[in-house]
Every structure is written in structure tokens, then in C-alpha cells.
Design a protein around this ligand. Structure first.
Ligand code: ADE
Ligand code: ZN
Length: 337
């Protein structure tokens, strides 16, 4: 097994990176979860922070989502959402994530009676502060929960109307199997007509047909995960030819048993096939690490070269929603290392 060397560790630290697949609710650390539960007198089935961490053993996506929604139930007021976003942005600074495209799940909160004004003002306060303090670049992606109805997604899009200037794209997440992208074709068409860009989780646990559907029915700019693409050579060819980005999340894939071990992960074969692959953390608090931890895990278990690490960092900017001039600036910095 290749062991990460000091030069590789230095490179990972020094590279500017963009993060394109990060659920803000999945960055809720157990310490903050317990503190907010106490603040709002929410009863959780855990007595200690260690109990929370011990519960983070998942068999599949659904077993994780059950805990993720339970954890999110402690988020109640503007300050909670500020703190959640602020803590993640501080991690960005630490990991040299100079640009982050951050997903949030409105329905996780609106279903509990918490309105857009509460979470959006908390998020925007943290985002403005990080931009002012160290120039953090951030965009927001509003994700629909695919286990809920098309009608609920339409209501969410409607409720988001006053906030559209703060939202760059829509996404699709939650329980993949049984909830194919085409279920949301009309919602995504409406989002497109409102000027929103589009991403969707597909091919994490679901079959390649869901990836085709995300491309053809949702007209997405990126596929979140997409690791099952290898099951279909014609799809691989299409993804490579379109340079359709895949936002791959290595630690997430191991924690959710998509691959049995990091040495089994297919990220290098996706890369070798000419796909625009990026590395991301997904739900870092639940999956054991933030963005740089994902790079380190690849370096520790796969025969990845420093050139490939640089390619992954460069891809993160190429696949981002940044303007071309900003992309060019960051790409030049990556190339200079
Ligand atoms: N919501 C948060 N993380 C997710 C993931 N990895 N897949 C689907 N939905 C999610
Ligand atoms: Zn995700």
C-alpha cells in the first residue's frame, strides 16, 4: 500500500482548491449538535459527544440520512445557521478551499416550520463575514429532497423567490433509489427558466440510468457522485466528451459502503478515462473529514501521483460556477505549484 509522503502532504496543503459538493447540514459537528440541543431543549438519543460519534456507523445512504435529519433538528434560529456556516467557512480557510459551492436543504427546515428568512439570513451573515475577513468566495446551491414530492419541490422553489439573487443553482439529494431524476424534470425546467444552474446527485447508489436521466431530463451542469458511471461504457464516453464534471466524495463513499475500502475506489480509473473528476467532502462531520482529509485518504491508499493531485485541484476550478477570469487566476496558481 502506498504511504503518503511528506511532499504530497505539503502539496495538498499548499494547493488552492474549490469544494463543489458539500451539504452544510452535513458539516454539523457533534459538539455543536449537542450544544444546540441543550440550547433549544431538543431531546437526542445520545448522552455524550462520544455517543454521537459512535452512532456514525452506516450500512448505506439511508442509514446515514436518518441520522443526518435527526441531527439537523437542533438547528432552530438565525444564530444556529450562522454558526453552522461560519464553522464550515473556517475549515475552508484552514484547508485552502478558496471557493466553496455549498448545498443547503430548505425542506429539512421548512418542514419543521423554520422559514427561508431564518436560515438564509444566518448563512448570508457568515458568508459576508468570511468574504470580508479573508476573501472567501462562496456560492449557494439549493437542493430539493428527492424522497419528497414534486409538489413540495415546486413549493420550495416558490418560497425561494425572494432569495434567488443569493442562490446560484438548484440540486437534488436525499434517498436516491426509487426517486429517479425524471421525477423532478418539471421543477428543474422551471428553475432553469428562472436563471438557476443545475446539479443532481446520481449514480451514488442508483444505477447508470439515473445518471442518464440527470443529463437528459434535468439538463445538469454537474453530476454529484456519479461513481457508478463505470458500469456503462457509452455513458463514460458521453461524460468524457462533454467534460461533464463528477463531484466525487471519497470518504463518503467508504462510510456509506459504496466501495468496501479506499483502495477499491474507482476515482483514478475515472480520471484515467478522461472524465472531469473533482474531490469533495459531502458531509464532513459524518464521514470523518473535510476536503484535505479526502485528498490525504486518496494519497494514503491509492497509487495517486502529485500530477494527478494537481489535476484534481485544477478540475475543481474548471468544474466550478466561477467566472472564466477567476477560474484562470486559480488555475494559474495551481499550475505554478
Ligand atoms: N444528503 C446529504 N448527503 C447526501 C448524500 N451523500 N447523498 C444523498 N443525499 C445527501
Ligand atoms: Zn451529497
Amino acid at each position: 500500500m502506498p504511504i503518503e509522503n511528506a511532499a504530497t502532504a505539503e502539496l495538498i496543503k499548499a494547493l488552492p482548491k474549490a469544494e463543489l459538493h458539500l451539504h452544510i447540514e452535513g458539516s454539523l459537528e457533534p459538539e455543536l449538535m449537542m450544544a444546540l440541543a441543550a440550547k433549544h431543549q431538543v431531546t437526542l438519543p445520545y448522552a455524550t459527544i462520544d455517543d454521537v460519534r459512535r452512532a456514525y456507523n452506516f450500512d448505506n445512504l439511508q442509514s446515514f440520512l436518518d441520522l443526518y435529519y435527526l441531527g439537523a433538528s437542533v438547528l432552530r434560529d438565525e444564530d444556529d445557521f450562522y454558526r453552522l456556516m461560519w464553522d464550515y467557512l473556517c475549515k475552508c480557510k484552514e484547508d485552502k478551499v478558496v471557493h466553496a459551492e455549498i448545498m443547503f436543504d430548505p425542506q429539512t427546515h421548512t418542514e419543521r416550520g423554520i422559514g427561508f428568512e431564518v436560515f438564509m439570513s444566518g448563512f448570508m451573515r457568515a458568508i459576508a463575514q468570511a468574504e470580508k475577513e479573508w476573501g472567501q468566495s462562496t456560492l449557494l446551491i439549493m437542493s430539493f429532497l428527492r424522497h419528497l414530492s414534486e409538489e413540495s419541490a415546486f413549493e420550495t422553489l416558490e418560497a425561494a423567490q425572494p432569495y434567488l439573487s443569493m442562490i446560484t443553482a438548484v440540486g437534488l439529494d436525499s434517498s436516491e433509489l426509487g426517486n429517479p431524476p425524471q421525477k423532478f424534470a418539471r421543477v428543474f425546467a422551471k428553475a432553469k427558466s428562472l436563471g438557476l444552474l443545475r446539479v443532481a446527485h446520481a449514480g451514488e447508489e442508483g444505477p447508470v440510468e439515473y445518471i442518464w436521466s440527470a443529463l437528459n431530463d434535468l439538463d445538469v451542469h454537474r453530476i454529484d457522485h456519479g461513481v457508478r458511471s463505470v458500469d456503462d461504457p457509452a455513458l463514460m464516453q458521453t461524460l468524457a466528451q462533454k467534460q461533464m464534471p463528477l463531484t466525487v466524495c471519497p470518504l463518503s463513499n467508504i462510510k456509506l459502503c459504496v466501495f468496501s475500502h479506499m483502495r477499491e475506489h474507482n476515482i483514478l480509473s475515472l480520471l484515467d478515462s478522461g472524465l472531469l473528476v473533482t474531490v469533495n467532502a459531502d458531509d464532513p462531520s459524518y464521514f470523518g473529514g473535510y476536503l484535505n482529509d479526502n485528498y490525504h485518504a486518496l494519497a494514503a491508499h491509492l497509487p495517486i501521483t502529485q500530477e494527478q493531485i494537481k489535476t484534481l485541484a485544477a478540475n475543481s476550478f474548471k468544474a466550478s460556477f466561477l467566472a472564466q477570469d477567476k477560474k484562470a487566476l486559480w488555475l494559474a496558481q495551481v499550475a505554478a505549484l
